[in-house]
Ligand binder design. Sequence first.
Ligand code: UD1
Ligand code: CA
Length: 481
Amino acid sequence: MSQDLTIIVLAAGGGTRMKSKTMKVLHPIAGRSMIGHVLHAAVTLEPTRIVAVVGNQREQVAPHIEALVPGVVLAVQEAQDGTGHAVRMAWEALPAEARTGTVIVAYGDTPLLQGESLRAFADFHRSSADAMSILTGVVGNPTGYGRILRDADGGVQAIVEQKDTSDEQAAIREINSGILAFDADFLDAALPRIGNENANGEYYLTDTVHLAREDGRTVGAFELDDVMQTEGANDRAQLAALAAEMNQRILDAWMRAGVTIVDPTSTWIDVDVKLAADVTLLPGVQLLGATVVAEDAVIGPDSTLKDVEVGAGARVVRTHGELAVIGAGANVGPFSYLRPGTELGAGGKIGAFVETKNAQIGDGAKVPHLSYVGDATIGEGANIGAGTIFANYDGVEKHRTVIGAHAKTASNNTFVAPVTVGDGASTGAGSVIRRDVPPGSLAVTSGPQRHFDEWAQRKRAGTAQAKAAADAARRAPADPE
Ligand code: UD1
Ligand code: CA
């Protein structure tokens, strides 16, 4: 039994029903493109080679495929003359010495396909004497699919395409998923013999079944119970249905792995996210990209985290975060915006209406209220007062602010970067810190408070403000200062 395996992925179709600038197979589901899911499944079989057939918008599709599968063989199909023609293009893209072993043909638009299903199918084919095998499924409504015709002993006779079915054949509910496996020798001999005399005038790959039978060879059928794995999306309604199905599968797997998901209908988790047991997700949470959440963390409600690492026991409420790290036991939110490069230490806090970017905030340090922290290092145990702005941009370049360990800065400060506040230093309310503050110092920049007496009566004469001021002065004349 040969282990030489070629996987051909067809992705030349136009996908016109998507009505999109973006090629169909590039539309994302659960954090990967549709074809990304298929290629990911294919790669798990460790095939000898993967061939992708591209055609429409190949300038978009080819670089995407090459980035996902280094060393992929790209075959170009200029005109979409059918699946048989597409596979011939793939075959011709291979050198003669690579046209060996087992060949699997899959489609680029079936994102639910699992590597283990492909592997079981490959094993089924390799352990048979059949020239080719069909991955089949039994569906409720077979309209649109090729139907599997079997003979009296259950052997596969033919695949009849929708447009070529008789009424009797149209009622058959066992369908061709589109995924086929071939002995390379048979495929090599069969491809040039496929004709296009059918209702569509296309070269049907499925004609290989009757060619095998003509050669006195047998054709196997491997029925996959979970037929949704081979379903494709042709328009955006089907795309949304597949996305919902995939999300449901991802959520089910995490719930079985010990994650509490309070409202699965409003929770979305990308396929590459990693969650520990005893994580709790409250309603309205989206965990995207390569987000990782450690045990006992509670996320939500209403939070979106993309490529964020959340430490054990952290609490993240109504937050939008991207490319950020949240330490163990830290508190974030509500209404926090963590931009790329945010790193919050263990037990730290980023509170309400705080935006952070490129900011390392030390263990136990807190930015509790209404602040912008950009390009900053905040030492452990430091506390940043409400309404603080880290003025990192001078209009030309960005600069850093460093706040020392256990520094306590007051409300409504501006740190004009580059500037450093030393360990254990403090600032006064309303300060605009432009010069470095030595460790342990209190820096105060706002001037002494001055009073212009009876200013309201003089400058706002005739207004309600002036009247209130005059009434108060009559009741309690001001002390001369
Ligand atoms: C095909 C099968 C049908 C099966 C169904 C499952 C054939 C003749 N029919 O029909 O038996 O039940 O899939 O979904 O194989 N493609 C190319 N180049 C082409 C034509 C198609 O790359 O010239 C690609 C498409 O991008 C798509 C896939 O092949 O990913 C299937 O093509 P499609 O035209 O959708 O085939 P169906 O008519 O659905
Ligand atoms: Ca199709």
